[in-house]
Ligand binder design. Structure first.
Ligand code: NAD
Length: 316
């Protein structure tokens, strides 16, 4: 039975990944300091093959038992979090990735870095293939996240080329599903929270900027498939169906049956105008593509999370 270490395993994506790895009969060590994650995301797991280590990966850390796969997901991920934690975000991308790659090297484990479509910045190429090097503002407020991830990618490739570590890099595009925090500032949990309370949906700018939204089960399937492949270069995983933010808001109103109206707010600094993955590489090397379209994913999210959790009753 393989052992997987999941950094950020108590977060949104990490906790879904822990569930999936256990379903596939792997042992799972979840490493998370609960900075933006929560024990509530993993408390349902009652399984002798699972344990959680309360560890801050910006400090050196070690795991005594053998590890076969390292999934490195720990990092603040939503704009609200990384704008609140700019130095921590840079430290997790740098020190946290160093320590985790060192651990993968020690255990001769296959390593997967959770990178992001934000490495493409405000892209000048559309859709974005992995060969595009991006258009990032390094000194804007979002630079702390984008550059931390770009550094983490460079570090991962250096450990691979110079230290012989078996590495992989997934560039994750916007993903949604149950366990997203209602107040984390990302479009889908915000719109769902507002729509389920019949409050106005707040669309930034005129809402013509586009995003592509991947349902979490599709993404996790892609990540595990990449970790189990022998592929080393970055691979985009995301859903290429592209929506304007206005279309997304209307889809949320439709699926929830809400009476909400749509209002507009100022665009955040350096908000990318377009975002759509080119997934030709994932199709070719992993035979992967998403299966769940937006409205179906929204319905599943509401069903699995429940209205109370989505409107944030008793939490922030
Ligand atoms: P999340 O905030 O829910 O999860 C991140 C987890 O990392 C949290 O549980 C947090 O407590 C943990 N963490 C943060 N700093 C830590 C530290 N120093 N030591 C130990 N644990 C620490 O975010 P998420 O949406 O699940 O994102 C997971 C990963 O996927 C991130 O690396 C993110 O950049 C990447 N990603 C996510 C998306 C998305 O749409 N959700 C898109 C692109 C990339």
């Amino acid at each position: 039975m393989p052992t997987c270490l999941v950094t950020g395993g108590a977060g949104f994506l990490g906790s879904h990944l822990c569930d999936e790895l256990l379903r596939r009969d792997h042992r799972v060590i979840c490493v998370d300091n609960l900075e933006t994650g929560s024990l509530a995301n993993i408390e349902h797991i009652r399984d002798a093959r699972f344990h959680h280590l309360l560890v801050d990966i910006t400090e050196p850390y070690f795991v005594a038992e053998p590890v076969d796969f390292v999934y490195h997901l720990a990092s603040p991920a939503s704009p609200i979090d990384y704008l609140r934690l700019p130095l921590h975000t840079l430290k997790v991308g740098a020190y946290g990735t160093h320590h985790t790659l060192g651990l993968a090297k020690l255990h001769r484990a296959r390593f997967l870095l959770a990178s992001t479509s934000e490495v493409y910045g405000d892209p000048q190429v559309h859709p974005q293939p992995e060969s595009y090097w991006g258009h990032v503002n390094p000194i804007g407020p979002r630079g702390v996240y984008d550059e931390a991830k770009r550094y983490a990618e460079a570090l991962t490739m250096a450990y691979h080329r110079q230290q012989g570590v078996d590495t992989s890099i997934v560039r994750i595009f916007n993903t949604y599903g149950a366990k997203m925090r209602p107040h984390d500032g990302r479009a889908i949990p915000t719109f769902l929270r507002q729509a389920l309370q019949d409050r106005p949906l707040t669309v930034f700018g005129d809402g013509s900027q586009t995003r592509s939204f991947c349902y979490v089960d599709d993404l996790i399937r892609g990540i595990v498939s990449l970790a189990q492949s022998g592929y080393h270069s970055p691979v985009n995983i995301g859903n290429p169906d592209e929506y304007t933010l206005l279309e997304l808001a209307r889809a949320v109103i439709e699926v929830t049956g809400s009476r909400s109206e749509i209002v507009h707010e100022a665009l955040p600094t350096d908000d990318p105008q377009v975002r759509q993955p080119d997934i030709s590489l994932a199709r070719e090397v992993l035979a992967w593509e998403p299966e769940i379209e937006l409205r179906e994913g929204l319905r599943r999210t509401i069903e699995l999370a429940g209205v109370e959790a989505l409107v944030g009753l008793g939490q922030r």
